[in-house]
Design a protein. Structure first.
Length: 311
């Protein structure tokens, strides 16, 4: 089956996984707070679900001790104005740190076997951001040291750009070049100029036809907030089938002109927030327009292909 016909017909053939932790339906906290997050940086052998034959990818990861997640799925949710402390323990053999674009940079190193606390105030403008290791350049993110930070309105309202929504989905996009991961695990040097990712993930999952992928639940008539965070090194031009979205901010900077779009470009170091009005029921794909990004090691269909399920 060719790509175009698969996107039209293939949605009904697969089994779906609804990921816990990416959908928020409850009212948010309405006051500033002091919050602490405990992360451990660790080397792990990641076995992506559903691959046949199975593969193992050696990775670095920020593990949330309280709420462990798949690699590329660690997300921290706070309110605007909150005081944030990230307590990091480094179990990797290299120094690392934590950076949030536009919020926290040039942070001190956390040495191998050591611990460091990174403190900052959540920006007053609601929005979303990637966070990642800055000290190892592109290598840290390529090996998996990345996550997402979501800053909600200080008053606890479920609004985006002044528009109310009833549900939100946070999507963390990332990718790996397994040649790099294998080289680093073996103690070898990898030239980042040769970086060419071959597996692509959304919240730690890649699409595997007839086995599993990410399904996003929606209800007819509701507004749904999409927080799309690029934790990787490539561009993600995300295309919505069946719907248009209104982009309200990029890295918490409001868009000067809000337009309806069916495709949204998310650059490295960037997070985009958008609203979708669910005006028709059905199963619709959401996927990157970067063709390798919807493959698993070159095999179609795979990678960053998501299903929106509106009932």
């Amino acid at each position: 089956m060719d790509r175009r016909h698969f996107l039209k017909a293939g949605m009904s053939a697969a089994a779906y996984i609804s990921l816990p932790g990416i959908t928020a339906l409850l009212p948010q906290r309405a006051e500033a707070a002091t919050l602490s997050f405990n992360l451990q940086a660790a080397m792990l052998d990641f076995v992506p679900l559903g691959m046949n034959p199975p593969i193992t990818i050696p990775m670095w990861q920020f593990v949330d001790v309280t709420n462990p997640a798949l690699p590329f799925a660690t997300q921290l949710r706070v309110n605007a104005g909150d005081t944030i402390s990230i307590n990091l323990v480094n179990n990797l053999p290299v120094p690392i740190n934590i950076s949030v674009p536009g919020v926290l940079s040039n942070a001190p190193l956390c040495l191998p076997g050591g611990a460091m606390t990174y403190s900052f105030t959540a920006p007053l403008n609601p929005g979303s951001y990637p966070f990642y290791d800055e000290s190892n350049g592109l290598l840290g993110r390529a090996m998996g040291l990345a996550g997402g930070l979501v800053v909600l309105p200080a008053d606890g309202s479920m609004t985006m750009g002044g528009v109310a929504y009833s549900r939100d989905h946070t999507l963390l996009f990332a990718e790996v070049d397994t040649r790099l991961n294998d080289a680093v695990a073996a103690g070898l040097v990898f030239d980042m100029a040769n970086y060419a990712p071959n597996y692509f993930f959304v919240n730690g999952l890649c699409y595997v036809r007839d086995i599993q992928h990410v399904e996003l639940q929606m209800a007819l008539g509701e507004n749904v907030a999409f927080r799309m965070i690029n934790a990787g090194l490539i561009f993600y031009p995300m295309h919505f089938h069946g719907y248009h979205v209104s982009v309200y901010s990029r890295n918490a900077v409001p868009e000067l002109l809000v337009r309806d779009k069916d495709s949204v470009l998310i650059k490295p170091d960037e997070a985009v927030e958008a609203l979708l009005m669910v005006n028709q029921a059905g199963l619709y794909p959401l996927h990157t327009h970067y063709l390798p990004g919807v493959t698993n090691n070159g095999s179609y269909a795979g990678g960053g292909l998501i299903v929106m399920n509106a009932a």
